[in-house]
Ligand binder design. Structure first.
Ligand code: THU
Length: 163
């Protein structure tokens, strides 16, 4: 019997000015997208911006529904739109930002498990890492090198290839 450590590193950025212009733009777009959320039930507003290899940026915000499970998270809205509009273009990065109706969030908002799984699908498909930028309305930013880091011991299409 042995214990196994699974670790990953992330980059914490105190000030957005430390990032490149294009990274700042992606994060700022995802922050702006929180204002487009349709979230009357939770009052939690999430925005996402997906940067494609062709330079296009596809956006999304969370969309809720009176039948609660029928809603969808912001990053899945964005990445599904990106993949349906540009199925053969690789995804370089995804920015996700969160804010609340009652107060401004100043810490990085992290994606739910279902979104990690959905994002990982495209990273596995394209065989290239997708960088992740997480933030609140303001404050520090987390940068994660690849989706895989957010979902250790994941279930992917690799399990299904030998069937
Ligand atoms: N939400 C997202 O948009 N992304 C996440 O990764 C976490 C949760 C949304 C779903 C719901 O509309 C609201 O935040 C509260 O859960």
């Amino acid at each position: 019997m042995k214990r196994i450590d699974i670790t990953f590193n992330l980059t914490e950025v105190e000030n957005i000015d430390e990032l490149s212009q294009s990274e700042q733009e992606l994060i700022n777009i995802s922050r702006r997208m929180t204002t487009q959320a349709y979230a009357p039930y939770s009052g939690f507003y999430v925005g996402s911006a997906v940067l494609l290899e062709n330079g296009k940026i596809i956006t999304g915000s969370n969309q809720e529904n009176a039948a609660y499970p029928s809603g969808l998270c912001a990053e899945r809205v964005a990445v599904f739109a990106a993949s349906s509009q540009y199925p053969d273009v690789k995804i370089k990065a995804v920015a996700i930002s969160g804010n609340a109706k009652s107060h401004n969030i100043s810490h990085p908002v992290t994606p739910c498990g279902a979104c990690r799984q959905a994002l990982l699908e495209y990273e596995v498909k394209q065989e290239d890492p997708v960088k992740v930028f997480l933030s609140g309305h303001s404050g520090k930013i987390y940068i994660i090198d690849k989706i895989q880091d957010l979902l250790p011991l994941s279930f992917t299409s690799r399990e299904l290839t030998d069937l």
